[in-house]
Design a protein. Structure first.
Lengths: 159, 179
């Protein structure tokens, strides 16, 4: 299969994880924030470290480094807050990154059949070929559930 | 650079909820006080609890009879996969035949907002928790009282009981909570 090439340039955010750089479509990025306190509680979903509070919202922190680099991050400089889709719903997830992020415009080559599910495509930037991440495949969601059960009905209570 | 936040979920009528903040193995949790029928000291179970030993369900080690029904005592530490700790209290939960062993109570509080567990959490914890609440700059999981034992686990426990094995009634020495 010959990968198709998008004819128009798109915006991407380049993020750094250790020595490697990855890209995420800019439309999926909400903001880049300094690390804040992580609240941890028992759970069984892999890759989730806990949650942070951001502008009144509870945002899960998902360490994608192990999947992308084969090891956990030992340090982090920022959380990249991105929008993750779950069917027709969307929520924020915080991705720890180890360096500054950069907004660029590039043309994306779509992923091929041989690429991993978390690869949405490829871009070329300053002579480097960079993976564009598919966050919906990279971060946990209902498809990762083991023996998934009916979700608990949750009431929202407000003053 | 910012883009619009995901669409917020519609909220139902405004109300607050009283919660009990408690700890298991040092980890804070919350439970709606309306879900707790009674709080007893673990000592009060001595002599009335019968040991139960199901290799596939290690979180339940004791059973007591109460008001004609059987109450299974769940170790909160074993349920949540936390290090074992010395439980001091048992919460008798309403509308379920479950007693929950906890270390102790921190305080009572008023919850003004219960946020759904983020969808990234996709395993057993979706049954364990009703959601999360932010309180005093902390995020506390609010437990689901019906999430400690599944219907299958109740059936397994019921089947394991010898009828005369739990003859004693739990006497009223605990603190009854209003419904």
């Amino acid at each position: 299969m010959t990968p198709s090439v998008e004819s128009t340039s798109q915006s991407f955010v380049l993020l750094r994880l250790g020595e490697r750089r990855f890209a995420v479509a800019a439309v999926q990025i909400s903001e880049l924030v300094a690390p804040s306190r992580i609240f941890r509680f028992p759970h069984r979903t892999p890759k989730l470290e806990g949650v942070i509070l951001r502008r009144g919202r509870i945002v899960p922190v998902c360490d994608v480094a192990e999947k992308l680099l084969g090891r956990m991050l030992t340090s982090r400089r920022f959380y990249l807050i991105a929008v993750r889709h779950y069917g027709d719903k969307s929520e924020w997830v915080a991705l720890p990154v180890t360096g500054d992020c950069e907004l660029i415009a590039a043309e994306m080559t779509n992923a091929g059949e041989a690429d991993a599910p978390h690869v949405a495509g490829w871009i070329s930037h300053n002579g480097e070929v960079i993976e564009v991440l598919n966050l919906d495949a990279l971060t946990p969601g209902a498809e990762d559930a083991v023996g998934s059960k009916t979700p608990v009905v949750v009431l929202e209570v407000r003053p | 650079m910012r883009v619009a936040a995901p669409t917020a979920k519609p909220h139902v009528a405004a109300r607050t909820e009283q919660i009990i903040l408690f700890r298991i193995s040092g980890q804070p949790f919350a439970v709606s006080s309306a879900s707790v029928q009674e709080i007893r000291s673990v000592d009060s179970l001595a002599g009335v609890a019968t040991e139960i030993d199901l290799p596939t369900l290690r979180k339940v080690r004791h059973v007591v009879r109460r008001g004609g029904k059987t109450l299974y005592i769940v170790s909160g530490a074993a349920h949540f996969g936390l290090p074992a700790s010395a439980a001091g209290l048992v919460f008798v939960l309403r509308k379920t035949r479950t007693g929950l062993l906890v270390d102790g109570i921190d305080k009572m509080a008023t919850m003004t907002r219960l946020q759904a567990l983020p969808l990234a959490y996709c395993r057993e914890e979706r049954t364990w928790y009703r959601g999360l609440t932010a309180l005093d700059q902390n995020v506390i999981p609010v437990v689901n009282p019906e999430g400690f034992l599944s219907a299958d686990e109740f059936a397994l426990l019921d089947a394991s009981l010898v009828p005369e094995a739990v003859p004693l009634e739990l006497a009223g020495e605990g603190m009854e909570l209003p419904e």
